[in-house]
Design a protein. Structure first.
Length: 423
């Protein structure tokens, strides 16, 4: 493997042989053996990233199998390897975005390999020439070199939400992961949060949540979609690793953050309480109050009330300190107060009911509160965000859930009637 710089055939054969041995060792029962095999994959990716990426299909299935590994150390190492593959600069998707328009990276087989090598040489040349062009610009010896140096250093983007370019393997992995969660609910319950949080650290939370929302939007198992949204919502609200994502959603200070909100909202509609929590986090209180009013058209089940109970507890957590402080200005937070009172009316008289009632009793001037639009706290909403359309989408998704539930109930009833004990 050490002679790989020559690009001959033997090193390629050695790499395949090494990967075959590593794949076998990933299946060993000893934990340290599996960890060492994964460390070898990471080291190989550092040494020969292009060739490792081309062979990713050979060991990617083994990575998926190791997701169910009982060892947390192995699980975290596997997620790190998948993150390296998904963000690898050797992937055609990433190279295509980094390549100037005059150079088209594409094709397959030998042509693609040649273009990849050409792109690599070109990027190495730019990286070594950049300091010289900077010095020329500073000394003002050549205006052309100075202008080229300034063009090679564009101003950084303002607060980017996504910092890493992802290739096809990441979405493929998330699709397989959701299928695994659907089949193995114990894995989702015991290690689902660990997996999602680790992916948010190794990749970035924005990409993870956007792609998961995109996949869940087309999920046919509506019960699983609702459960998965509930899990993702709880991770979003409680995990330290997602602090930056929560901040972006709370402030909604850029078009990218509004786009993130709309993507999550379309998926979060699978779970009414999660949709309400997302609106509270993003301070879209008027829309939240409308959602609560439509709770009367939903079937209020025990699980629904449990989720609402957890949401009330989250409102009392440090994450929603900003929301509680806004209650000090009742005239500017009329929609927020209406939302919380609506939740209070839906809740049975339990611990969460008493907690929320006591909180609302601290709000000054809560009786006969005039509704003056000029006093209500508002902020600029992009024209691309239509809350009326979002509400219609929420109601349509809930209608689909209701129809699916009726269908399941009918099928279950017919199955009971056709069972031998009822004949």
């Amino acid at each position: 493997l050490g002679g790989g710089k020559g690009g001959g055939k033997n090193p390629r054969l050695y790499l395949l042989a090494v990967l075959g041995v590593l794949i076998d060792h990933m299946k060993y029962t000893h934990e340290e053996t599996r960890l060492e095999a994964l460390r070898w994959v990471i080291w190989l990716h550092e040494q020969v990233p292009r060739r490792i990426y081309r062979q990713a299909g050979t060991f990617f299935p083994v990575m998926l199998e190791l997701i169910t590994d009982p060892s947390d150390k192995v699980l975290r190492m596997v997620l790190h390897v998948i993150a390296l593959l998904s963000t690898s600069k050797a992937s055609p998707e990433v190279e295509a975005e980094a390549t100037p328009p005059a150079v088209q990276v594409g094709g397959a087989g030998a042509k693609q390999g040649k273009k990849e090598r050409g792109t690599s040489v070109q990027s190495d040349t730019h990286s070594t020439a950049a300091p010289n062009s900077k010095e020329a610009a500073k000394s003002s010896k050549a205006a052309k070199l100075g202008s080229d140096a300034s063009k090679s250093q564009p101003p950084p983007p303002v607060a980017p939400l996504t910092t890493k370019k992802l290739n096809k393997y990441f979405k493929l992995f998330l699709e397989e992961l959701l299928q695994l969660f659907n089949k193995n609910r114990t894995l989702l319950e015991n290690k689902g949060a660990i997996i999602i949080r680790q992916l948010c650290v190794d990749v970035d939370a924005h990409s993870v949540y956007c792609i998961l929302a995109e996949i869940l939007n087309s999920e046919e198992d509506l019960n699983f979609a609702s459960l998965m949204v509930q899990v993702l919502n709880m991770i979003l609200f409680t995990s330290m690793e997602l602090h930056q994502l929560r901040t972006e959603l709370k402030n909604l200070s850029s078009p990218e953050s509004w786009l993130l909100f709309t993507k999550l909202y379309h998926c979060w509609c699978h779970n009414p309480v999660a949709s309400l929590g997302l609106c509270l986090l993003t301070q879209n209180y008027e829309h939240a109050s409308k959602l609560v009013q439509h709770f009367t058209n939903l079937e209020i089940t025990a699980s629904f009330l449990k989720e609402l109970d957890k949401l009330v507890q989250l409102v009392e957590s440090p994450i929603f300190t900003f929301l509680r402080l806004q209650l000090m200005d009742p005239h500017g937070s009329i929609h927020l107060i209406q939302t919380l009172y609506g939740v209070l009316m839906v809740l049975p008289q339990s611990g969460a009911f008493g907690m929320l009632k006591q909180r609302l009793s601290c709000v000054p001037v809560i009786t006969s509160l005039p509704h003056d639009k000029h006093l209500t706290r508002t902020r600029g909403i992009p024209r691309t965000v239509n809350f009326e359309e979002l509400l219609k989408h929420f109601l349509s998704v809930q209608e689909v859930h209701s129809a699916a539930k009726k269908k399941r109930t009918t099928q279950l009833y017919r199955t009971d009637l056709s069972s031998p004990t009822n004949r």
